[in-house]
Design a protein around this ligand. Structure first.
Ligand code: SF4
Length: 315
């Protein structure tokens, strides 16, 4: 199914790209309490290489058992444009949200070369009445300002910027090849200034690393100043395979935090409920103080049939 894209190797981002034929770029939601009905992830794998990335384990399904391969071998999805249009029309009829970038970043470095996300937006721009969201750390999103403006005029659109810290050095350790946080805020400002709804996604909040008042207040203040419409947060989720990868990175950069993390995630992929609630309450209080509305991720679920705080990867 996957073919190498010639010699498409990105030395700077240490990534090799392969083509992946996809019957349909749009995936329908499975039975999870997530706030979207359809998802689009134009890439599998992500060169940004965030050490906490919960999608790493999904490369197992492509035969890559080492979690580092998630950031080194990137699959570029090629879909049928007619099928994409049909799927978007179906989403429009049902008024369900189409969420772009639920598992991997649609504006990661490879998008500059392959423009798969742009192709999706071109299709969406021709279909008024959609409900769309985009989640990204990529400043490349500003390249598509023209299309985003058109979509926002005719459809419901929100662009969510994932930013976990304002500390550049810390961001380098956690998100080694993602754009700097200040550049993400600059992109947010550009979109908000063009009248596009933007949100700050503090996802994930990392206990003992990014959950302090100082960092959260700085993030929320920067988002407000950039024109964000609101903020959302989610505390770090660490499923087994990702947990070991993350702990390795932790022991390299913050060995003193390892015992606390082992304790926090000893029983589950989630921190204890009280810890999560405390962090969410802190975000809500600080957001109110700086004048932003906030919510945590499960607040915006369309259904409540399963316990909150679940994550979904829909390809
Ligand atoms: S940008 Fe998002 S998808 Fe990419 S590695 Fe980071 S968390 Fe994962």
């Amino acid at each position: 199914m996957a073919a190498r894209l010639g010699d498409v190797i990105d030395e700077r981002h240490k990534a090799e790209y392969r083509e992946l034929r996809a019957a349909d770029l749009v995936n329908r939601r499975i039975a999870r309490p997530m706030p979207f009905g359809n998802t689009i992830n134009p890439y599998r794998g992500c060169s940004s290489g965030c050490v906490y990335c919960y999608a790493r384990y999904t490369h197992d399904f492509l035969g890559h058992n080492d979690p580092i391969e998630f950031e080194r071998t990137i699959y570029v999805k090629r879909g049928d444009p007619a099928r994409l249009r049909k799927s978007l029309e179906r989403a429009r009829r049902s008024r369900t949200l189409v969420a772009i970038g639920t598992a991997t970043d649609p504006y990661q470095a490879g998008e500059g070369r392959f423009a798969i996300t742009r192709g999706v937006l071109e299709a969406a721009a021709r279909l008024p009445g959609l409900r769309l969201s985009i989640t990204t750390k990529g400043t490349l999103v500003t390249r598509d300002l023209d299309l985003l403006r058109t979509i926002a005029d005719r459809s419901e659109l929100s662009v969510n910027f994932s930013i976990t810290t304002t500390d550049v050095d810390l961001a380098r350790k956690l998100e080694p090849r993602a754009p700097r946080p200040d550049l993400r805020f600059k992109a947010m400002r550009a979109l908000a200034g063009a009248g596009i709804t933007t949100r700050l996604f503090i996802m994930p909040v990392l206990p003992c690393l990014t959950d302090g008042e100082g960092n959260l207040r700085a993030l929320l203040t920067a988002a407000r100043d950039a024109g964000a419409d609101g903020a959302e947060c989610n505390v770090l989720f660490l499923r087994e395979k990702v947990r070991e990868f993350f702990f390795e990175s932790l022991s390299a950069h913050f060995p003193e935090l390892l015992p606390a993390y082992r304790e926090l995630y000893a029983r589950s992929a989630y921190v204890p409920r009280d810890t999560a609630r405390e962090i969410e309450a802190r975000v809500a209080r600080l957001a109110a103080e700086v004048g932003l509305t906030s919510r945590w991720r499960a607040d915006r679920s369309e259904t409540r049939t399963r316990p909150a705080n679940q994550l979904s990867l829909i390809w």
